[in-house]
Design a protein around this ligand. Structure first.
Ligand SMILES: Cc1cc2nc3c(=O)[nH]c(=O)nc-3n(C[C@H](O)[C@H](O)[C@H](O)COP(=O)(O)OP(=O)(O)OC[C@H]3O[C@@H](n4cnc5c(N)ncnc54)[C@H](O)[C@@H]3O)c2cc1C
Length: 331
């Protein structure tokens, strides 16, 4: 266990916000986590992975807790599948690289998404037609109020679009300890999103799909470590039939994807149409290759980012009557 006081969080969030935390602690086991929870019972707490989906809006007057548990092992195998239990602090993309090398299918489309295994379940990360929920078999959690450890199955996790039982009203109730992923030994592909099918040969290996995903992502998204960001700042809105039809009559070229609960409209398209592509505020700017992403162009402050995000939301609301919801979590 390692505890530091009054530390800069700049290298602990991919936006690169130079804010400070009163305490920073790394725990290497569930027992260490329990010890920290009781030792700092009266202090506000934030559980963090790589800090790639959040914005620290100011100095954090509490304890930021990070898991240093980062191992993975196969826990079950059938003729078709392998179940891999991964610890929360393992970098998700390191795990995916290993799984692809082992020719196990299911997570290759999620390659190169920043972040750790714990948050992948919290956020139900997704890309190229695959979401973490498609491969998560179960999640081991520690209940912060009691210190008890529970195992939640896929249904218990209540996964939704970038959503789960670990967010919203129940945020902070559970800390994710392990996530068990179900991988296929047989080649099962999802190649109908983005330009994946166009750039791949017939019957590609998991590693070939991974490499194609990485190349496409690198051409469109800012690279962590080079340009500060937290990925997509807003969720793609899902609108009802009446709203969709109303907008379609006004904007014939509006892209949309039919969902079980309505029509998903790409937020990037809405932002671009609303003139948001070239917006900036102080050191924060809309990323030129992807208007859904806000970047830290030059020493941006949290206020710069928040004001720019609000400006984008206002423009989209004014033009389309759609209230863009943030994907990035404000802390
Ligand atoms: C360039 C870029 C591209 C991105 N592309 C994508 C993409 O394609 N698809 C996508 O879905 N996301 C994407 N993201 C967002 C981000 O990578 C994911 O949301 C990722 O899962 C966040 O992981 P993290 O470890 O950094 O979590 P953090 O940002 O540190 O935390 C995210 C949330 O999870 C909570 N949390 C973290 N660890 C735990 C734990 N062990 N137990 C309980 N709660 C915990 C935190 O409190 C916070 O609420 C992108 C981000 C960037 C910067």
């Amino acid at each position: 266990m390692q505890i530091e006081e009054n530390i800069s969080l700049q290298r602990h969030n991919t936006f690169g916000m130079d804010v400070r935390a009163r305490y920073w602690a790394e725990y290497g086991s569930a027992d260490e986590l329990k010890e920290l929870l009781s030792q700092y019972a009266d202090v506000q707490k934030c559980f963090i992975g790589q800090g790639s989906n959040l914005l620290f809006t100011k100095d954090y007057d509490g304890i930021v807790l990070h898991s240093s548990m980062a191992r993975a092992k196969a826990v079950r195998e059938t003729s078709d599948e392998v179940y891999i239990e991964a610890q929360s602090g393992l970098v998700m993309d390191d795990l995916i690289a290993q799984l692809c090398d082992m020719n196990l299918y299911g997570m290759e489309n999620l390659s190169h998404i920043p972040g750790e295994v714990g948050a992948s379940a919290v956020q139900n990360v997704g890309a190229y037609g695959v979401e973490a929920k498609d491969v998560i078999s179960q999640v081991d959690v520690l209940e912060t109020a009691t210190g008890e450890i529970h195992t939640l199955n896929n249904q218990d996790c209540k996964f939704g679009y970038r959503d789960s039982v670990f967010k919203g009203e129940q945020a902070g109730k559970y800390v994710v300890l392990n996530v068990t992923f179900r991988l296929s030994k047989k080649a099962v592909y999802k190649l109908d999103y983005g330009q994946l099918r166009d750039v791949l040969p017939a019957a590609p290996s998991a590693s070939a799909i991974r490499n194609a995903v990485i190349a496409i992502r690198q051409s469109k998204l800012p690279e962590v470590g080079q340009t500060g960001s937290a990925g997509s700042f807003f969720k793609n809105p899902i609108v009802d039939k009446a709203t969709y039809e109303h907008l379609r009559t006004k904007y014939a070229s509006m892209p949309s994807y039919t969902q079980a609960d309505g029509y998903k409209i790409p937020a990037a398209w809405l932002i671009e149409q609303a003139g948001g592509k070239s917006l900036s505020m102080g050191g924060a700017a809309v990323y030129e290759k992807q208007p859904l992403v806000i970047i830290n162009r030059h020493n941006a402050t949290p206020e710069d980012v928040m004001r720019l995000a609000k400006m984008i939301q206002d423009r989209v609301e004014e033009q389309f009557g759609i209230n863009l919801q943030r994907e990035v979590i404000y802390i």
